[in-house]
Design a protein around this ligand. Sequence first.
Ligand code: SME
Length: 165
Amino acid sequence: MPSAALDYALLARQLDALLDDDDWLANAAQTCAFIMQQVPELNWAGFYLQRQPERLSLGPFQGKPACNPIPFAKGVCGAAARSRQTQRIDDVHAIADHIACDAASNSELVIPLLREGTLWGVLDLDSPRHARFSAEDQAGIERLVAVFIERTRLPDLLAAPTPLG
Ligand code: SME
């Protein structure tokens, strides 16, 4: 059975109110915690950041400890980073190079985050339910990502002299 439709317009307003500072680390942590609380049937929600060229490093997340790092060449996250297109995967086991961090995951949604033409990172959501993410969920989560990007000062992590940028 599909999940009841979520009111993503309301969630976008709530997230906008929650992100009352422009700090990327606080906002990334708040955003994935908010999504994990509000979106049913997720087992993992978090950020991977491009801190070195063509490599995704684990950022703030909710869920079990995860795979780190992920090269652009691999996995669903890598595909989102390479193509800069959202990856909505109904059955991760059908994807040859899917990286299984949590054996409970069956479907996945990965949304690229862009800063001035550079891939800043991706937001990755995993669900234990096959085909958890509908086209409406994709549009709704992309809307939440747009709120995160609008409210947050995204530093140039590739040029950052310190680990926290
Ligand atoms: N499944 C992802 C790896 C990240 S975890 O799901 C947290 C992938 O294939 O890229």
